[in-house]
Design a protein around this ligand. Structure first.
Ligand SMILES: O=C(O)CCC(=O)C(=O)O
Length: 272
């Protein structure tokens, strides 16, 4: 993996205008079909001109504490990492950058909620372990949700910012989006875009998901799985691209879809 860019090296991106695809895929119980569906989605996005593809949080596994261990992958073990290998392979074959949402990562005795970023040659260029785990119990809120991610997942301990062919990208996962400090640090380190694979729920999604993205004053891309109305965890959806003025460039509902939109980094300069 490349070492993270230093704050002072404000390298201009190779590409300043490009298409991004936010793949709001449906996620089912069958891991193999989640993987093949995801691959096809990347191939279609590349056909439509996308140079950067973003996946949702936990795209290979229905979002539930009970599933994380069964669907987890050890990235150092080729026989144990089909989701990881597929993303690497399709990034290379399509020649695109992929922010691979997140999948449960097994490392020794620990499980992490991890996002892998692949360059156009298919190499892993960054890995972000979710920093802020989602522990919530709000019985009187609409949707009265109770979820304790820390029962099975260990929190990461590092920022993740990486230079790619499509700019300097900071990564956060879902609940990380709520913490402005992280976005401020990425901004100080010269990020052009922050990608947040997420899976917000119905309780907090309606109130916070869009609001916090629009407050970051950078390009922000969020990508959620599609809602599964039979699932135990009701996903908010609404994968969105926000520009540096807080404007919504493109968004979606909660159904399965791929949002394709243009990013033009010259807008960051205009905002300044
Ligand atoms: O912050 C929130 O309200 C939702 C976060 C979440 O769903 C998650 O981190 O998985």
């Amino acid at each position: 993996m490349a070492s993270p860019p230093s704050p002072s090296s404000n390298k201009p991106p190779k590409t300043t205008k490009f298409k991004i695809a936010l793949c709001q895929v449906s996620v089912g119980l069958d891991k193999k079909s989640n993987i093949s569906r995801a691959r096809k989605t990347v191939e279609d996005a590349a056909k439509n001109g996308a140079k950067l593809v973003v996946f949702p949080e936990m795209w290979n596994c229905p979002y539930s504490i009970e599933n994380f261990s069964d669907y987890a992958e050890d990235f150092d073990d080729e026989d144990e990492s089909p989701s990881f290998l597929m993303l690497s392979d399709v990034a290379r074959s399509e020649g695109i950058t992929i922010v691979g949402g997140s999948i449960p990562e097994r490392c020794g005795d620990q499980l992490y909620n991890t996002s892998c970023v692949f360059g156009t040659d298919g190499k892993l260029i960054a890995k972000h372990r979710k920093l802020h785990l989602f522990d919530l119990d709000i019985p009187d809120f609409p949707g009265d949700i109770c979820f304790k991610e820390s029962d099975t997942i260990t929190a990461g301990d590092a920022l993740t910012i990486v230079d790619t062919d499509v700019g300097r990208i900071g990564i956060g996962i879902c609940h990380d989006l709520r913490f402005p400090e992280l976005a401020i640090l990425y901004k100080e380190r010269g990020a052009h875009l922050i990608c947040y694979p997420g899976a917000f729920n119905m309780s907090t999604g309606e109130f916070l998901w869009e609001l916090v993205q629009r407050a970051r004053q950078l390009f922000v891309a969020t990508c959620s799985p599609a809602r599964d109305s039979r699932g135990s965890y009701m996903i908010w959806g609404h994968s969105t691209l926000v520009g540096p003025f807080g404007e919504i460039i493109a968004t979606s509902g909660h159904e399965e879809t791929t949002v394709i939109a243009e990013i033009d980094y010259s807008m960051i300069q205009s905002r300044r």
